[in-house]
Design a protein around this ligand. Structure first.
Ligand SMILES: [Zn+2]
Length: 479
C-alpha cells in the first residue's frame, strides 16, 4: 500500500482526508486509482488525455518524480506519494489567493523543502506556515550560528539577527556560520550573506546593534519567537524580560566548558520564565564567561541545534515544547537529563502581581562595574550616564545655579553650585563615582579638576545637560 498525502487545497475533493492509501506499483497507477476513488480530483490532477496536469508536482519520498522516472516511477509499500499543486504558472486551487505574501510555495521552494513536505508534522501546510513565520536570534555567536543555519534551511521566512560584533579568528572554532575570510567583517552582514546563499527563499534582517533596553522591545515585538544566543547575564535578563513583556516564547540555551542547558521560557504558555528559574544573577566574577572559562567548540552546536528545533516546533505548532522543562547536556559523559521547572507566582516579571513592567538597567541589575570600560579618563558621555544612572556606585552632582535647575535637570542629583564647592566638599561621598554636570560642560570641568585634587573620583559629563536633552531625554526644555 502506498500512502498518498493530499494537500489542504485538494482535501475538499477527497472527503477531507489528509492521507489516502492506494494499491499501486507505479506513480501513474497510483494517481489513476486516486482519481477513480475521488473523481472530483480529476481536473486537478489529470488533463483530458489522462496526462498529469502541468501545474501539479508529485514527490515520491521527497523526490520530485521529474527527477526520477516521471509517471513510470516505481512505488513500493510504505512509500509516500505527495501531491503538490504548483503555485505559479498554473491554476491550482492553492494559487487563487496565492503569491509570496500568503506563504504559498513556488516550484523552487517545493524542490527545496521536499523532505519536509512528506513529513506528516510539516507537510505543505506546515512549510507554508514556516514561510509566513519569523524569528529573532539575539547574538550571532556559538549558539546563534547553528540555530541560524537550521532556521534558514528549514525555511523560516523572516529571520532577524541582532549583534554588534565583528568576526574574530578565535570565534571560528565554534561559530560555524563564518569562514576564515570573514575575519573583520560585521557578524550580522557575514551571517546574512551566508544564510541567503544557503536559502534564497527567505529574508534575513541584519540589526547591527547591541541588544539594549532601548531597542529590545521594538525588536522582539516584530518576530514570532525569540532565540537567546547571548553570552552574558545582563543580555539574558533583558532577552527574558522583553520576551515576557511582549508575550513571545524565548528559546533559551547556555553553555559552559563541557555542559549546557536549554529550555523554552514562555509564561503565556503556562511555563516559567528565566527569572522564575534564576531570580538573581550570580555576583559578577563568580561565574566566569566562556571567554574566561573556555568552551568546547562543538558544545554550542549541540545546544544551538536544540534551540533551532524548539523554535521550529513552536512555529509549526507541533510537538511538545521544552516549556517547564530544562534539558541538561553533559558532553563529557554524553548524557542528557531533564528537570521540571515551574513558574513562580511571585516572579517580578511573569508572576501574579509583577513589579517589573518595563525594561530596566540590566548592567546595574547584574552588578557589573563598568568602571574600567566606561569611566576612564575625566569624562563620561551621556549614553554611558544613561546606562549607569541607577547604579548605586554613582552619584550625579549639578554645579549650576538654582534658577537653571528650575528649568531642567537630570534625574536625582546632588546640587552644589560651583562657587560653593570648596566650602561644601565634605557633603560629597568619598566611595562613589561622582559625575558632575552643568549646562555645557565648562563649569563642571573646573569642578572635576577641583574634586580630583582633593582625592575624589570625579568625572565630567561631556556636553552637559544640553547634550543630555539632545540625545537622551529629548522632551526636556532647553535654555
Ligand atoms: Zn517568571
Amino acid at each position: 500500500m502506498v500512502k498518498v498525502r493530499i494537500p489542504a487545497p485538494l482535501r475538499p475533493k477527497a472527503d477531507g482526508q489528509t492521507e489516502v492509501t492506494v494499491n499501486a506499483d507505479h506513480v501513474d497507477e497510483a494517481i489513476h486509482d486516486l482519481v477513480s476513488e475521488y473523481p472530483d480530483l480529476q481536473e486537478n490532477l489529470l488533463d483530458e488525455d489522462g496526462e498529469l496536469q502541468r501545474f501539479v508536482n508529485f514527490f515520491v519520498n521527497g523526490t520530485n518524480i521529474s527527477e526520477l522516472s516521471g509517471t513510470e516511477t516505481k512505488v513500493n509499500d510504505e512509500d509516500t506519494l505527495l501531491v503538490l499543486p504548483a503555485v505559479a504558472g498554473g491554476d491550482s486551487t492553492s494559487h487563487r489567493n496565492g503569491g509570496e505574501d500568503s506563504g504559498s510555495l513556488t516550484p523552487d521552494e517545493l524542490r527545496f523543502y521536499g523532505r519536509h513536505l512528506i513529513l506528516p508534522d510539516v507537510g505543505q501546510e506546515g512549510q507554508e506556515r514556516l514561510k509566513r513565520s519569523s524569528a529573532l536570534v539575539i547574538g550571532a555567536g556559538g549558539l546563534g550560528s547553528p540555530t541560524l543555519l537550521y532556521l534558514a534551511a528549514a525555511g523560516v521566512g523572516r529571520i532577524g539577527i541582532v549583534d554588534p560584533d565583528t568576526v574574530n579568528a578565535s570565534n571560528l572554532h565554534r561559530q560555524i556560520l563564518y569562514g576564515y575570510d570573514d575575519e573583520g567583517k560585521k557578524k550580522v552582514h557575514a551571517a546574512k550573506q551566508r544564510l541567503e546563499a544557503l536559502n534564497p527563499h527567505i529574508t534575513v534582517e541584519a540589526h547591527d546593534a547591541r541588544f539594549t533596553s532601548e531597542n529590545a522591545l521594538d525588536l522582539v515585538e516584530r518576530y514570532d519567537v525569540v532565540i537567546d544566543g547571548t553570552d552574558n547575564f545582563p543580555a539574558r535578563y533583558l532577552a527574558n524580560d522583553a520576551s515576557v513583556l511582549a508575550g513571545k516564547p524565548n528559546v533559551h540555551a547556555s553553555i559552559f566548558r563541557f555542559e549546557g542547558q536549554a529550555s523554552v521560557f514562555w509564561p503565556d504558555n503556562e511555563g516559567p520564565c528565566y527569572r522564575c528559574l534564576y531570580p538573581q544573577p550570580p555576583p559578577p566574577g563568580l561565574v566566569p564567561s566562556c571567554a574566561e572559562g573556555g568552551v568546547l567548540g562543538v558544545l554550542p552546536g549541540t545546544l544551538g541545534v536544540l534551540q533551532a528545533t524548539e523554535a521550529i516546533k513552536i512555529l509549526l505548532g507541533t510537538g511538545t515544547p521544552l516549556t517547564g522543562r530544562l534539558v541538561l547536556y553533559n558532553a563529557r559523559d554524553g548524557s542528557f537529563d531533564q528537570v521540571d521547572i515551574e513558574a513562580n507566582p511571585d516572579c517580578p516579571v511573569c508572576g501574579d502581581d509583577p513589579s517589573l513592567t518595563e525594561l530596566i538597567d540590566y548592567e546595574a541589575f547584574c552588578g557589573l562595574d563598568q568602571h574600567d570600560e566606561a569611566l576612564n579618563g575625566n569624562e563620561v558621555d551621556v549614553e554611558t550616564l544613561a546606562r549607569r544612572q541607577n547604579d548605586e556606585g554613582l552619584v550625579l552632582l549639578d554645579v549650576r545655579e538654582d534658577w537653571e535647575r528650575e528649568i531642567v535637570r537630570i534625574g536625582d542629583s546632588l546640587h552644589v553650585p560651583l562657587a560653593d564647592l570648596p566650602d561644601r566638599v565634605s557633603e560629597l561621598p568619598v566611595d562613589k563615582d561622582i559625575v558632575v554636570y552643568c549646562k555645557m560642560g565648562g563649569r563642571s570641568a573646573k569642578a572635576v579638576e577641583f574634586l580630583q585634587s582633593v582625592g575624589l573620583d570625579a568625572y565630567n559629563l561631556a556636553g552637559g545637560v544640553d547634550a543630555w536633552s539632545e540625545e537622551i531625554e529629548e522632551e526636556q526644555p532647553a535654555y
